[in-house]
Write a protein that binds this ligand. Structure first.
Ligand SMILES: Cc1cc2nc3c(=O)[nH]c(=O)nc-3n(C[C@H](O)[C@H](O)[C@H](O)COP(=O)(O)OP(=O)(O)OC[C@H]3O[C@@H](n4cnc5c(N)ncnc54)[C@H](O)[C@@H]3O)c2cc1C
Length: 509
């Protein structure tokens, strides 16, 4: 087996497999820590599931993506710490987006929201009451909503931990906020975690909603959502590390009972620390040589459940049809618990599926040609199985719902490109277990897989760590991945300093 020919690639302190938000965060922080990092991705650019596409006219994502919490966020902290805030400015517009809700009798209402901290509106009764009023909540239900928000904001950490085995739907239902506000909260839970509300741990919901109630939602990044990932890769490369795009890792090297680097099939990149952002299941079941890990651990990993997928279409239109950078469209029937998901999987979809739409140029006008054209991304939830027929059904449902919400689309659509669970798997992780691969987030944030039950970032193989949405973080999508990147970088730095101390200890001392 050949070593990579460029001498500078022979020896690294750390190899990171995958330049998704988890991978680039850990790579940049360990670089900041003085380590020499090789970052490898099979794609031609960083960002993973959140990569940004650009052509002569447009900058946009593969699918709808925006961030939360808006401010403060771990993105702010990361970019500030590395001096990259000017390279990748964060956008938190006043007009962050709108909720669109269909009242039971059929009328739709639109309620705008700001990306600025929602906690400001909690101190302002008029602002705090706007959403409940628009949704038709009674005074008692509005008061219950305020109690719920206050509980989320003030619950001590131990009490949150104790909610690991409690499901979010029952916990929220216990406050008595009424049907419409429950639909709003369940919609948020579906969108933030892409799992069934009756399988989501209340602890994960409370932690994440607390960040959103404090920090608002609707963060975007100038130049495209992946701009921070790109800046982090430039940072790694500028400080003696190396980014290898278009390079698939085929195997993790194991020598003397520990990780020793990776093989791309044609060459090796050696390092005593390997951090995998490729997904815990592909890493354990495909990249590691058989027998590297205890059988019971491998079986536990095999049994992990993925989040649902999120599928839909990109719309390029020749007129300014959209005026909100983000839209969350829902009804009392469109949020999903497990039973509703099973019904949709059997072909019985709600009349109006839950819809999430983003329009990147309404965050950053430089992302569209400037002649009124727009690119919008729209999607809904479905099975993560890249082979499932549910993807095609979901794409059709999204299109019907888009035409109903924006009838002008029928005349102004220049291009419509569908994306399915298979496209998501191709951009991110390999499908190694039946039904897995196209998941929107990573392993599902469901009971038994969150909080204390979340997989450890340290694998049982010394020197091998997991980063990204499968281990080490909590919260919504990319924010969870960055949170994990912070945690993994500090665990690796701590393990290395222990190792160094052991290496320096006098023999027999
Ligand atoms: C349709 C859709 C909508 C979403 N909307 C939002 C949103 O609005 N807000 C939000 O915060 N999140 C959203 N998410 C979720 C978010 O994108 C992900 O949770 C997050 O980006 C995952 O980051 P990660 O670091 O775990 O890994 P990934 O982004 O999955 O990155 C993994 C990386 O590893 C690389 N890789 C895998 N195997 C190999 C290998 N063998 N060799 C080399 N490289 C490899 C992949 O190419 C990829 O770059 C959305 C996701 C989807 C699919």
């Amino acid at each position: 087996m050949q070593q990579i020919s460029d001498d500078s690639l022979d020896e690294f302190d750390v190899v990171v497999i995958g330049a998704g938000y988890g991978g680039v965060t850990s790579a940049a922080l360990l670089t900041h820590h003085g380590l020499r990092v090789a970052l490898i991705d099979k794609n031609d650019r960083p960002g993973g599931k959140a990569m940004t596409l650009r052509d002569d006219d447009y900058g946009y994502e593969l699918w709808p993506i925006a961030g939360g919490p808006a401010v403060p966020s771990r993105f702010h902290e990361l970019l500030d710490m590395l001096g990259l805030s000017a390279e990748a400015p964060i956008l938190t517009p006043d007009h962050g987006g709108e909720f669109q809700y269909r009242h039971p009798e059929g009328t739709w209402v639109a309620v705008p929201f700001s990306a600025h901290p929602a906690i400001e509106s909690l101190g302002d009764p008029a602002a705090a009451g706007r959403l409940p009023e628009a949704l038709g909540a009674s005074q008692e239900q509005t008061a219950a909503m305020i109690t719920l928000a206050a509980t989320v904001l003030t619950l001590p950490d131990d009490d949150i931990d104790a909610l690991d085995p409690v499901d979010a739907r029952s916990w929220i239902h216990g406050f008595g906020v009424g049907r419409a506000l429950e639909s709003y909260l369940f919609t948020l839970c579906n969108l933030l975690f892409v799992v069934a509300v009756d399988r989501l741990p209340a602890s994960e919901a409370v932690r994440t909603l607390r960040d959103f109630f404090r920090g608002g939602g609707g963060r975007y990044h100038a130049g495209g959502y992946a701009r921070p990932a790109e800046a982090l890769v430039e940072y790694v490369a500028g400080k003696g590390g190396h980014f290898l795009p278009h390079t698939r890792v085929r195997e993790i090297l194991v020598e003397g009972g520990r990780a020793a680097g990776v093989s791309t099939g044609r060459s090796e990149v050696r390092a005593p620390i390997v951090i995998s952002n490729a997904g815990i299941q592909p890493t354990v079941l495909k990249l590691l040589p058989e027998g590297s890990l205890p059988d019971d651990y491998v079986e536990r990993v095999r049994a992990l459940e993925p989040s649902w997928a999120f599928v839909g279409a990109r719309y390029v239109v020749d007129a300014p049809i959209f005026d909100a950078p983000m839209v969350l469209r829902f009804t009392d029937d469109s949020w999903w618990d497990d039973a509703r998901y099973q019904e949709a999987a059997a072909g019985h979809w709600p009349d109006d599926p839950l819809l999430f739409v983003t329009v990147p140029s309404l965050y950053d006008p430089s992302l569209a040609p400037g002649d009124g054209h727009q690119a919008a991304l729209a999607g809904t939830m479905c099975s993560p199985d890249p082979e499932s027929p549910m993807s095609a059904a979901a794409v059709e449902r999204v299109h019907e719902a888009m035409l109903q919400a924006w009838p002008e689309l029928a005349r102004h659509t220049v291009r419509r490109e569908a994306f399915t669970a298979r496209h998501v798997a191709a951009a991110s992780r390999d499908s190694v277990v039946a039904g897995q691969g196209g998941e929107c987030i990573g392993i599902a944030q469901v009971l038994g897989q969150c909080g204390h039950d979340k997989p450890d970032v340290r694998s049982p193989l010394p020197g091998l760590y997991f980063v990204g949405c499968d281990a080490g973080g909590y919260g919504c999508g990319t924010h969870q991945a960055v949170e994990s990147g912070f945690n993994v970088a500090s665990v690796v730095a701590e393990d290395l300093s222990h190792q160094l101390a052991a290496d320096l200890a006098p023999v027999g001392g």
